[in-house]
Design a protein around this ligand. Structure first.
Ligand SMILES: [Fe+2]
Length: 395
């Protein structure tokens, strides 16, 4: 058995890598105007603010979430970029992180050794607050930072984040195993006199004016997932090798568009969580010429919500574009692309094709064709409403 064929024991299952990226859990961008980012993520898209990091009296990071994870979408102030990452930022890598959840803390540690042996640039191994997640960060060939994390803080029914007083020391340069359970830390904080109810809880000052499936919400839609992340890359083959061979994502399909090869990769049953597009396509779509981010996806809970989201966001001043062709979002039928005030494209959609045990996507000829005038209702395909259910109330 050569080293390429080596298998690793991951929780008793033999896999080709000592970790498995299970889902795209969160995403962050470098931003220069955090208040603008907060308005976009929170006021317009409906993510909930969960924490803001203040340094020397100024906010340097805004964390938001659509669910129980402490964060699923974050904005980090570009002034905090240092070293290699600052250099990448200055070349248009505005992605701060694309973050995948793994199953155990052991997988984070073993992934570190795995990437180190393969001489991949390692940005950090440690534990961050807020969020409390343990993480390994590596850079892809263009400098997009990829995180593999374990143990994201979960926020419950009262929407209150963990108080900063309950944080333990951030870990920056490696750690040993085993580590205590989260609950052990929380009990220890409580015994030390920390008021566990003193964490941040966002003010909900917008009116609850929209009926969504029988519940009054602040917007006519609810974001239920982040991703896919579509990237313009300088060498599609090199990036494909990184994301498949090293990170362990699976290629679902590739699309040839105007002579350009575009690759769609998945980590679970969603058709794709990462799309790789050659940089040359960026100009064709008249997208922001200074960023490698083609789009960040946000899924809403239903087709009707997608229609209503477009109308709502348009009314609130978001600019929608028709530049991205249907063929470049395989697995997603009805989608709308908006450009945020930060110049980044947001891909809104309602449903993602599911890929089953045999790994085969739906043949392109059998995919739903999108009507130019979006109909009131659409036919329920066999995998309609079959992906992960959103847990908990919508608002
Ligand atoms: Fe992260």
């Amino acid at each position: 058995m050569n080293s390429k064929d080596r298998m690793y024991d991951v929780g008793g299952v033999l896999l080709p890598r000592p970790f498995k990226a299970r889902r795209l859990g969160h995403f962050a961008l470098w931003q220069t105007d955090l208040e603008m980012a907060r308005r976009l993520y929170v006021d317009l898209l409906g993510f909930r603010a969960t924490d803001t990091v203040i340094r020397e009296g100024k906010p340097v990071a805004v964390f938001t979430s659509h669910g129980t994870d402490h964060h699923s979408l974050a904005a980090i102030h570009a002034s905090t970029a240092e070293g290699v990452r600052k250099a990448h930022y200055e070349k248009g890598i505005f992605v701060n992180q694309i973050s995948f959840q793994v199953g155990t803390l052991e997988e984070v540690v073993n992934a570190h050794e795995y990437f180190e042996q393969r001489q991949i640039y390692i940005s950090r191994l440690g534990r961050d607050f807020p969020g409390s997640n343990w993480a390994l960060y590596v850079l892809d060939p263009d400098g997009h930072r990829i995180e593999l994390y374990y143990g994201m803080e979960q926020i419950g029914w009262d929407r209150r984040s963990k108080p900063a007083a309950a944080y333990i020391q951030a870990v920056r340069n490696g750690f040993s195993l085993p580590q205590p359970a989260e609950m052990t830390e929380i009990m220890s904080a409580e015994q030390g006199g920390v008021d566990l109810d003193s964490g941040f809880r966002p003010a909900e000052d917008l009116p609850y004016d929209y009926c969504v499936g029988g519940v009054m919400l602040q917007r006519p839609f609810k974001v239920t997932k982040v991703g896919p992340v579509n990237l313009f890359v300088s060498d599609v083959a090199a990036s494909e090798m990184f994301y498949t061979e090293l990170l362990g994502l699976t290629k679902t399909e590739e699309v040839h568009y105007g002579g350009h090869r575009c690759v769609f990769l998945r980590c679970g049953t969603d058709h794709h969580c990462i799309g790789l597009f050659p940089l040359a396509l960026r100009a064709e779509f008249e997208l922001n010429a200074s960023t490698s981010l083609m789009s960040i996806g946000v899924q809403v809970a239903a087709y009707r919500q997608l229609k209503d989201a477009v109308a709502f966001l348009r009314e609130k001043g978001l600019r929608f574009i028709d530049a991205i062709p249907f063929d470049l979002h395989p697995g997603i039928d009805y989608a709308a692309h908006a450009v945020g005030p930060d110049g980044h494209c947001i891909q809104l959609y309602h449903s993602m094709e599911q890929v089953g045990w045999d790994g085969r996507p739906r043949p392109a000829a059998q995919r739903r064709r999108v009507e130019p005038d979006w109909p009131q209702t659409i036919e329920g395909l066999p995998d309609a409403c079959a992906d992960q259910t959103f847990q908990g109330p919508l608002g």
